[in-house]
Write a protein that binds this ligand. Sequence first.
Ligand SMILES: [Zn+2]
Ligand SMILES: [Zn+2]
Length: 425
Amino acid sequence: MHSHHSHSGQFCRHAAPGTTLEDVVLAAIHAGFTTYGLSEHVPRYRKVDLYPEEEDLSPTDLLNTFTAYLTEAHRLRVKYAHVIDLLVGLETDYITPLDIDQLQQLLQAEEETGAGVEYVVGSVHHVAEQGIDFSKEWWEACVDSFSTDTGTDHPTVPPPPHTQRLTKALPDVPFPPAAVTAYLHAYLDAQHTLITRIHPTVIGHFDLCRLYIPKLPLNHPSLPGVWEKVERNIKEVVAYGGLFEVSAASFRKGWDEGYPGSEVLQVRYFPSASPVIYSLPHHPEPLVRLQRAHPVYCPVSDTQCIIANRGRLCLSDDSHGPASVALNYTRLRTYLVEQDVTELWYLARNTTVTGNSDSNAGMADENTTPSESVAATATPAVESTGESKEQRPWLVFQRRKLTPRKYDGRWADDPFWTRLSQRQT
Ligand SMILES: [Zn+2]
Ligand SMILES: [Zn+2]
């Protein structure tokens, strides 16, 4: 089994202190992973963007730490290649345009060293330059900044004008719908920019924006325009062949579903043959209420989710030290089985991929990138940036190294799961 997203105390201040990247790798081997992705955070480039635990550091320190991480990750990749396929990646940040500009340069520079970043976990942790997952207080301050009278103090991300007249309270959300709507639009727009400019190999925690409001479905009728942007972002990733991580990290944050939540992942729209049709104010379409742990409303005509768009799912633990390697992975398995997910993907090293096996049917061989083969048959949902793939030269390096590969057989029956639950009990 596999995971595509992890951190270590050695290179990340908010991961378990006193533990090394090698400790994480040894824990991954012990847990029975055959593929394990290392994805330390990219450096941040402004002193103001450093977290409180990084108070004694400078942006230059972060850059040096990241360079040291790459060296160590490749050393471990080679050292343990006989027992586990370690993928050397990074996790993005997008706070200001500076981060994306620097990321493009970093990916290109590392490619030229020959031992660079093999894949990218594309994540957004900030909205309007404020951290949304560091603490609930930070998140509240962020959403509150969208609660002005006009709601337009963020000129680059104005809320849709019709949000101002919505007053219906949202479930378990301590902010007016207009503020939450504007906040979610800003998050999804930042994610869209990241997706279109970088083409991340894996989309990290797609719906981190509702970390502290997990019971709010993104297709709630009081969030006008939000679901359309969810759909837009999903289709953009599908068009270039990216993977969506399904992450177990949400469980340790108190969720009862993985990231992404069930309506974003949605496989089954109708739990019964005769769904109850709702007509809600402010929403033009009839809706069905899905029978889940919490109510999820879907337009009857709704097909705008990852599975319906044939998005490819992969697994992640987003561990922050050896103790959280594979943590809640059995809950993640249960979540996906309940969602009827039958197909999983993972990143395979091209030296071990034949390119002609059945499990790789329709996918890339060493001469054809997966994204190219998908893009050849899929219509890009949005051509928002006008950038050609020549403007993402790092993708050539990444695709030479790793190829998305479909799990062969019934993933939920992999012996990994039995062994893992025995080890964890
Ligand atoms: Zn993250
Ligand atoms: Zn992470």
